[in-house]
Design a binder for this molecule. Structure first.
Ligand code: GAP
Length: 430
């Protein structure tokens, strides 16, 4: 993928209202991104598809939604206060900080040439001071992963749902990390959404379950529209894995700035449940009639939502020529496209066409969410606008519509148009 694709995507995202820099009007806040109308719809559609794929269609998954602020004790027990760190060096001259593993030369500052100090470990958790009584505060943390919200409620889940092993918990939501060097657009942010699964198994089942989730992750990559030929599995060796993991496979994507992590699959063993059991004194053992109570083991597929959006944008972005005209097109899968269909009157100065187009639009909008009406400019310009935001089909109301209630439906990818009865368009679009 050529490096200018990244610039083109960042610029398209800003120009068409997908993604803006966080706190932009005050100069921006590094590592924060805000979604505009199309970005918010794309983000929402990806989450809905993920939920359907991993929770909705399965019998063994349960969803939870837990707080993003969690007590210090959670992170002490989970090992994150100690182990959730990046190696860092600071420049003696300009005081900028860098991740040591991102530097070509660990002695010289890449910005000002000053000398870099000794390596330190830098904790990524973001502390917050909470005050409930005037003058008194207590320290808590914004969650660094959404997984812990699922581990700490393990007993509540057993007591209320009474699930049979193997079963899993799913959660989507904000995670926060004090990244030393946020960079590469949505790739490395300080606030981002995570979509995570914790799948609880008997120890003897872990390898089979790991393989099952490995396949499921590939099937998701295809379902969401990420180019699977540029996703590569990388086995993470001993000593480089997160403190809780006994085995990790990273799913790396060929971004324009290099092949880097997209998703991860980890075998967390009984690490988290055992740590919380010891520290909080809660019994997290699972008991089936036929077995002695035991602490289940965990397989964790984890999906960064921002990185999914970035990989989807990079996979969908294309420039081609249609009908002799150059265009930019986002070839999103229909399920995640921010706008599912656009409805146009052929001519905007013919009131009868505009009225009929609005009627078709209003009826379609009731059946399919996210339909747009557009009467600005000529048809060619409207097609270009919709191609650039990835709308799968454009529907045009013309003079024939007034006679036989049919419209033309134009396919984004091929440009082919077909005549379809108004009654059939909702089926075609959804
Ligand atoms: N619960 C496991 C866990 O949090 P991780 O590899 O630290 O594992 C999970 O993070 C996923 O979160 C990664 O695979 C990546 O997709 C995404 N991710 C991690 N750091 C990120 C950041 N700073 N900005 C955006 N996404 C990030």
């Amino acid at each position: 993928m050529s490096s200018d694709v990244m610039e083109k995507i960042v610029s398209l995202c800003k120009r068409r209202g997908f993604v803006f820099q966080g706190s932009e009007i005050y100069g921006g806040l590094a590592g924060t991104w805000d979604y505009g109308p199309y970005g918010a719809m794309l983000a929402h559609n990806i989450k809905s598809l993920w939920w359907k794929h991993f929770v909705g269609v399965r019998e063994d998954m349960y969803g939870v939604s837990t707080s993003t602020i969690m007590s210090e004790a959670v992170w002490r027990s989970s090992g994150h206060l100690e182990g959730f760190t990046d190696p860092m060096v600071e420049c003696a001259k300009c005081k900028r900080r860098f991740r040591t593993d991102h530097l070509p030369d660990v002695k010289k500052c890449p910005e000002c040439g000053g000398s870099l100090g000794d390596e330190k470990t830098f904790n990524l958790l973001i502390p917050v001071e909470l005050g409930s009584v005037a003058g008194e505060t207590s320290r808590a943390y914004l969650r660094g992963e959404v997984a812990q919200g699922m581990f700490i409620h393990f007993k509540n889940i057993l007591d209320t749902i009474r699930p049979k092993l193997p079963f899993g918990l799913a959660q989507m939501g904000k995670a926060y990390r004090n990244e030393i060097a946020p960079r590469d657009f949505l790739f490395r942010a300080r606030e981002f959404d995570l979509m995570e699964l914790e799948y609880f198994v008997r120890e003897k089942e872990w390898e089979a379950s790991f393989e099952m989730w490995r396949n499921e992750m590939h099937s998701w990559i295809e379902a969401v529209g990420i180019k699977k030929e540029i996703v590569h599995e990388v086995e993470i060796p001993n000593g480089e894995r997160a403190h809780y993991s006994k085995r990790t496979i990273d799913f790396e994507f060929e971004y324009p700035f290099g092949q880097k992590e997209l998703y991860g699959l980890a075998y967390r063993g009984e690490y988290d449940l055992k740590r919380h059991m010891e520290q909080a004194g809660v019994d997290f053992r699972y008991a089936d009639e036929s077995e002695e109570p035991f602490v289940p083991h965990v397989i964790e597929p984890t999906f960064g939502h921002g990185r999914t959006i970035l990989a989807v944008l990079l996979s969908a972005y294309d420039e081609d020529e249609l009908g002799g005209e150059k265009r930019v097109v986002l070839r999103f899968k229909k399920e995640i496209a921010p706008v599912k269909a656009a409805v146009f009157p052929l001519l905007k100065n013919k009131p009868e066409l505009v009225a009929k187009a609005r009627e078709v639009y209003s009826s379609l909008k009731l059946q399919v969410s996210s339909v747009q009406f557009d009467a600005n400019g000529n048809i060619g310009k409207r097609y270009r606008r919709q191609d650039e935001i990835g709308t799968p089909v454009c529907i045009t109301v013309d003079f024939q519509t007034l006679e036989d209630d049919t419209v033309t439906v134009r396919d984004r990818d091929s440009g082919v148009q077909e005549r379809v009865s108004v009654n059939d368009i909702a089926k075609l679009v959804s």
